[in-house]
Design a protein around this ligand. Structure first.
Ligand SMILES: *Cc1c(COP(=O)(O)O)cnc(C)c1O
Length: 430
């Protein structure tokens, strides 16, 4: 029987070259962004962000909450998909199903420890931003489990279009503000300039940070990109090491900020780096053709957020001001990717492939009809990569991928793509 792992894995300990650190913007004359992070994040998260320890003990309270939400998640053989694409008997495909969690995605894996660490600091409330709402829902759930208050700044367009996720957050006891909101200076300023402002993730981050700084006993929590967040997500890959019946030739995941890919692959990739296994395994990142930061971006220092509220990170980026087209896999729209993932891509340990929306939609539909699971729009990118690899693969190839979420609350996105495919119209913005 697989149990919830006792430790997370920190790949920074095994990188072949040192990880370029977060830095302040050059010539910056205001408060240091690094110091700001230290003030707003839970203190134990800051410790984890900078640690060089290879393994981090998962606190017993966090393990208990992981069990409560349904960890370990299953690793499933995709025989239905193998048959549907005609590779059954030749290629074996496995998927780790993070969509089995009640919040519908892997994001709860880091929401739980971050909310717990905020509580250890004596905070009573956590605040954050959310776009489509997967992260906000994870934070609202973790706060409900751990007896904390949650305040979520949700981009205004999603506040209205992703009504179901917003209502779920509210049912769980979270306060959800459409961003720009009237509760922060930054929000009021944006509304004054444009009363119909649709909101942006960058602005929502600015609002959440201002909200945390302007009150007592509040902490900011972060959904992806930070090394500590990727470390928490390795709970996925530590379980996979116990569950895999054979060493895969490929491990595949979709990439937004990089947390589900890092979480799923790092424990295995770390063994490869240390020469302890997974020598032949190739690690493949699947991204949206509309946001191809790993395939076509530059590797350089860039802002973690549009507003430069947060520090700069060395990463593959399309530029912090890049405005991606309104694709439905909203979780893949981030302009950069986590520093460790970017470095591993630079060093050639991770390959990247980018796919257009219509192709991944077809892959998702095929998966639903052959496996009986509606995948999240983000996860369909991984499915598309897997199908492509499997169809060309030699006999006895083994592929494992991370199904980062289910798409049960994304039916509006599927509907929009479907109508576009039928009518040839462009999709509407979220
Ligand atoms: C947020 C999200 C992603 C993208 O974020 P990563 O940090 O790259 O994992 C992918 N899949 C789902 C289901 C998500 O909710």
């Amino acid at each position: 029987m697989v149990d919830v792992p006792t430790r997370w894995y920190n790949i920074v300990a095994d990188l072949p070259v040192p990880l370029p650190p977060l830095i302040d913007p050059l010539g910056f004359d205001e408060d240091s962004r690094i110091q700001l992070l230290v003030r707003i994040l839970p203190s134990r998260l800051i410790d984890e962000e900078y640690t060089l320890s290879r393994y981090l003990e998962i606190p017993e309270e966090v393990r208990a909450a992981y069990r409560k939400v349904g960890r370990p998640t299953p690793l499933i053989r995709a025989e239905g998909l193998e048959k549907a694409i005609g590779v059954y008997g030749r290629v074996r495909i496995y998927y780790k199903f993070e969509g089995a969690l009640p919040t519908g995605s892997h994001k709860i894996n880091t929401a739980i420890p971050q909310v717990y660490y905020a509580k250890l600091d004596g905070a009573r409330e956590v605040a954050t931003e959310t776009g489509a709402g997967q992260w906000g829902l994870a934070v609202a759930t973790a706060a409900a489990i751990l007896g904390m208050k949650a305040t979520i700044f949700m981009t205004r367009s999603s506040y209205h279009s992703k009504r179901q996720r917003r209502l779920l957050m509210q049912l769980l006891g979270a306060t959800v503000h459409p961003s720009p909101s009237t509760v922060t200076e930054a929000g009021r300023r944006a509304l004054k300039e444009n009363p119909d402002h649709p909101g942006s993730l960058g602005l929502a981050i600015t609002e959440a940070v201002e909200y945390v700084l302007s009150g007592e006993a509040r902490r900011y929590v972060a959904g992806s990109v930070l090394e500590s967040v990727l470390t928490h997500q390795t709970v996925i890959g530590m379980e996979v090491l116990q569950q895999l019946p054979e060493e895969p030739d490929y491990m595949v995941a979709c990439v937004g900020g990089g947390s589900n890919m890092g979480g799923f692959t790092y424990p295995a990739l770390g063994m490869k780096l240390r020469g302890e296994g997974f020598e032949k395994t190739r690690f493949v990142a699947a991204e949206a053709a509309a946001v191809p930061r790993l395939s076509k971006g530059e590797y350089r220092y860039d802002g973690l957020d549009t507003g430069l509220v947060l520090p700069l990170a060395k990463m593959y980026t399309l530029g912090k001001d890049y405005v991606p087209p309104p694709i439905h896999a909203a979780g893949l729209r981030y302009h950069g990717a986590a520093p460790s993932l970017s470095l591993l891509r630079k060093l050639g340990y991770i390959e990247a492939r980018a796919y257009p929306q219509e192709d991944v939609y077809e892959a998702g539909r095929l998966f639903a009809r052959s496996e009986g699971i509606i995948p999240a729009p983000e996860s369909t990118h991984a499915i598309k990569a897997v199908i492509d690899i499997a169809k060309k693969a030699p006999r006895d190839t083994v592929i494992a991928f991370n199904l980062s979420g289910n798409g049960l609350l994304d039916t509006d996105a599927f509907e929009k793509i479907e109508s576009r495919i039928v009518s040839g119209r462009l999709p509407e913005p979220d």
